[in-house]
Design a protein around this ligand. Structure first.
Ligand code: ZN
Length: 139
């Protein structure tokens, strides 16, 4: 397993971590299998979505804020229940297929770290899951 850290700069933002994950896969030597990209945090998740038009992540953040406003009647004393809920909506991880040592993302896909209670220093774990099929065997 590998990990990297990042610093978020706003309370809520999506950071493109595709290059960091691809680098971790290269360093692992994994050729075929999958990479599990995992956020070990309760107020930050991982998602995969369009990376070409920055308005997509802006619209996603705006709609999540609309879906989950920071309500005064939330009971959690830390005051960040909206961040916990948005994190569960996004989920803590994404699994990306790897073939020939490369992430098999679609043309428009990027991997995003989803910060909902920043700015903070955060960690991302990348766990490699090799294919059970031995090299050279056909599927
Ligand atoms: Zn909390």
């Amino acid at each position: 397993m590998r990990q990297f850290t990042l610093s978020t700069t706003r309370r809520e933002e999506f950071l493109d971590i595709t290059a960091e994950v691809a680098q971790a896969v290269r360093e692992s030597g994994l050729s075929d299998g999958a990479a599990l990209v995992y956020s070990p945090h309760t107020t930050a998740g991982i998602t995969i979505n369009e990376g070409a038009d920055p308005d997509v992540k802006r619209d996603m953040l705006a709609h999540l804020a609309h879906l989950v406003p920071n309500r005064a009647d939330f009971r959690h004393a830390e005051g960040n229940s909206d961040a916990h809920i948005k994190t569960s909506l996004m989920g803590p991880s994404q699994m990306v297929p790897v073939s020939g040592g490369r992430l098999q993302l679609g043309t428009w896909q990027k991997i995003y770290f989803c910060e909902f209670d920043g700015p903070r220093r955060r960690t991302v774990l990348v766990q490699f899951l090799p294919s059970a099929i031995a090299a050279g065997e056909d599927q």
